[in-house]
Design a protein around this ligand. Sequence first.
Ligand SMILES: [Ca+2]
Length: 255
Amino acid sequence: MQNHTSILKQDNKTLFEFLKLSYYPRDCFEIFQRSKGNCRDGLYIIQPKEDPIVVSCNMQDGGWTVIQHVTANSTVDFDRTWQDYKYGFGSVHDNHWLGNEYMHQLTGSTVQYILGVKLVDLNAEIKWGQYEPFLIEDEKSQYRIRVGLYKGNATDALTLDTEAYLHDNQKFTTKDRDNDNYFQNCAKLEHNGIPGGGWWYDACAGANLNRRNVIYWQKDCNKKHLCKFAWMMVKPIDHSLSYATMSCPCQKEEL
Ligand SMILES: [Ca+2]
């Protein structure tokens, strides 16, 4: 029979394990860092604020949390309501929108974030762009987008636009909530029979990754230069953020 001291030690260890596992990492970058880069791409549970959510993590590019993914001519419909865009839709392991509320929870804290945009054309050529910092404001501010300095080999389609459509600082617009600067609702305008979908429209777009039949990113992706895939993803700016090393207990293989 065990004495009291060893039982207490065991209980403390159990309590310690419980406390350690009773919260989830705040994003994919935390998982990436804790595993010292050994976690694989896949689905993980994170907890940016109160709600734990399942997200797709791009680990091979360094611990990015995917907030949007589209394949050209996706069967996932991006012509959705404000409420759908708020909490997300689609399959998180495939074409999806993570949700404006979760994007806000991820990027609206004291930790500053980078937005990464990855575009793949029909010849499998990859273009990359990133904005630092990147912030989605809260619902009261209509999930307004804020992007900072740009770098990458893709066009800076959110802040520099030859057609004078500026996406930076725009509120989000959906088919049932018109916050754009056009006399009609940009989300309802059709392109080859498919509405534009929710986006941070100006009047209207120099880029729109939710136009699912023709992924649009100025000269990099359009109806003359078709793209096959696009991703939007985020990770914190401070790469010196350090987390204790641990394994990846939170991966959801079967989701
Ligand atoms: Ca309008």
